[in-house]
Design a protein around this ligand. Structure first.
Ligand code: ATP
Ligand code: MG
Length: 566
């Protein structure tokens, strides 16, 4: 793939950027902007995460040199986490064009410190060990309209709580026997402030700390304190965390000795039409073999999009286009496809590919003769060079470009009609030869030498249609994978929908096409525009030497540009 050097132009202003500008004006944090991207390593990243990555790493780039963005794995739940996910997340962030430098962190690196902070809260009378069962906890918590009730364990002494918490750590209790809770207010209007859990017992192996711990901090406890430990200035997350913000602030305000003073702000998550974005559902698609793994080109994962042939520049452009808002909405996948086309239109090498070949025989073209036609690799970029396309008596054209019984307004090849072969000359269809079953065997045509180089001989009607073609003898027979949307519904997991029932049975059609000779040795991971057909990408995994496999990245027709009247 060509080196991705697209500079990140600063994003338009938005409420987060305005807020940071105001902080800088007031001299907050000595003018530093330190952000973080905090994935939980329990799945592969998807296009929604790309929005958060572009925001957090983008802000660091915009505020250089007094800025940085950390990559922090929020690995506080050992049950679902795995190093496979850690590795894929790092690869995806890098591929998107971002670099955390030396600022790679794991919440699990702070387990000892976080434990110390918990003892500190206990010592201040701000946390206690509670032995209510899960069911009782729910019952005591109250509802949105009714206050909760104090736990009978709430008034334990500091000494008793410390001793019990140390015994929790020492492994003296089974899973679920007790939890450590913050002592805040059981009548608080925000349920998350009703003595939330800080630590739970889990006798589970952790992918980094092994068996060192059998108590693990809750995300809501670990996250603000990890931010503070790393000196994060702006902790940006999605709207569902807004209701957790008072707890975030309570912890920052009540734990002494924190090196940083972060605050949390929220933005709307990205939702996209015709796909699902919940990690749980994506995992289900993978585990139940509804798709071919996390990097299936139909998946909304970064690895799926990479394999399909989306580019980092296109994804970043899309994230910039959708921007930041404070209300949830649904973005049209056509907008993402539009960004992909814009980038590939500039950078994808042009080539000829015929997806559903019909043979054409030029009866007046000398048998055995081969000529070579020079064609530009990128029409707008002379530096991209040219290539030689063979032309001979037998060709293939696309079935879509021929109609035996033409409808009105069809300007391509028809019996008795004339069409231009791009870069070559015009041909007239003299005869349609059929197989015994009625299917087309070949089209017998004649070519007109006087029409080379776009010439129109005097007194002849202008030929309206121009079609692509490949020379039969030299064409390469290749596998082409035509991908389409994974789901048939705009919001496959909205309401009562069973998203698995809404999968598009035609989301991957595998066909054999014919491509021009120069693509025989196409390197895996290269973008092409098959002229008049669409954008294609040589599959980075399944392509073999001299046998490239082409993924359709996106068609040429831009529904979004059309909607916008472009
Ligand atoms: P989970 O349901 O497992 O918590 P998650 O999608 O929240 O899944 P995280 O690994 O916690 O996954 O996400 C890392 C970061 O990416 C978080 O800051 C989260 O807010 C952000 N993020 C996740 N999904 C989206 C999305 N659709 N749009 C924007 N940001 C997102
Ligand atoms: Mg999350």
């Amino acid at each position: 793939m060509s080196a991705d050097t697209t500079a990140l132009a600063p994003a338009k202003s938005d409420f987060i950027r305005d807020m940071i500008a105001a902080d800088l004006e007031q001299g907050r944090n000595d003018g530093w902007v330190i952000t973080r991207f905090p994935p939980e390593p329990n799945g592969y990243l998807h296009i929604g995460h790309a929005k958060s990555i572009c925001l957090n790493f983008g802000l660091a780039q915009e505020h250089a040199p007094k800025s940085r963005c950390h990559l922090r794995f929020d690995d506080t739940n050992p049950i679902k986490e795995d190093t496979e996910y850690v590795d894929s997340i790092m690869a995806d962030v890098k591929w998107l064009g971002f670099d955390w430098g030396e600022h790679l962190f794991y919440a699990s690196d702070y387990f000892e410190k976080l434990y110390g902070f918990a003892e500190q809260l206990i010592s201040k009378g701000l946390a206690y060990v509670c032995e209510l069962s899960a069911e009782q906890l729910r019952e005591y918590r109250g509802t949105l309209t009714e206050p909760g009730k104090n736990s009978p364990f709430r008034d334990r002494t500091v000494e008793e709580n410390l001793a019990l918490f140390r015994r929790m750590r020492a492994g003296e209790f089974p899973d679920g026997a007790c939890i450590l809770r913050a002592k805040i207010d059981m009548a608080h209007p925000n349920i998350h402030m009703r003595d939330p859990a800080l630590y739970r017992i889990m006798h589970t192996h952790h992918h980094r700390t092994g068996d060192a711990w059998c108590i693990y901090p809750m995300y809501d406890y670990a996250h603000p304190l990890s931010d503070a430990l790393e000196g994060i200035t702006h902790s940006l997350c999605t709207l569902e965390f807004e209701i957790h913000r008072p707890l975030y602030e309570w912890l920052i305000n009540n734990v002494d000795g924190l090196p940083g003073n972060p605050y949390q702000r929220e933005f709307a998550r990205l939702n996209l039409t015709y796909t699902v974005m919940s990690k749980r559902k994506l995992l289900q698609l993978v585990k139940e073999n509804k798709v071919n793994g996390w990097d299936d080109p139909r998946m909304p994962t970064i690895s799926g999009m990479r394999r399909r042939g989306y580019t980092p520049a296109a994804i970043r452009d899309f994230c910039k286009t959708v921007g930041l808002t404070k209300f949830n909405s649904l973005s049209d996948v056509a907008l993402l496809e539009h960004s992909v086309r814009e980038d590939l239109n500039k950078n994808a090498l042009r080539a000829y590919g015929v997806l559903r070949p019909i043979k054409v025989v030029l009866e007046n073209y000398p048998e055995g003769q081969v000529e070579y036609i020079e064609a530009p690799n990128l029409p707008d970029d002379p530096n991209a060079g040219t290539r030689q396309i063979p032309l001979s008596r037998e060709l293939y054209i696309d079935a879509d470009d021929f109609m035996a019984e033409p409808v009105a307004g069809f300007f391509r090849l028809v019996p008795g009609g004339e069409v231009r072969l791009k870069f070559a000359f015009c041909i007239i269809c003299k005869e349609v030869v059929r197989n015994a079953d009625g299917s087309i065997k070949e089209l017998v045509c004649t070519y007109d030498d006087a029409t080379r180089h776009g010439k129109k001989p005097e007194g002849r009607a202008k030929v309206k249609g121009i079609i692509h073609w490949v020379s039969a003898a030299q064409a390469v027979d290749v596998e082409v994978r035509l991908y389409d949307r994974l789901f048939t519904a705009e919001q496959p997991d909205a309401g009562d929908n069973d998203f698995l029932q809404l999968m598009n049975p035609e989301s991957c059609e595998v066909i054999r096409g014919k491509v021009e000779a120069s693509l025989r040795d196409a390197k895996p991971g290269t973008h092409y525009q098959f002229e008049r057909v669409g954008y294609f990408f040589t599959d980075p995994i399944d392509s073999q030497p001299s046998a490239p496999v082409f993924n359709r990245v996106v068609g040429l027709k831009d529904a979004f540009a059309k909607q916008m009247g472009k």
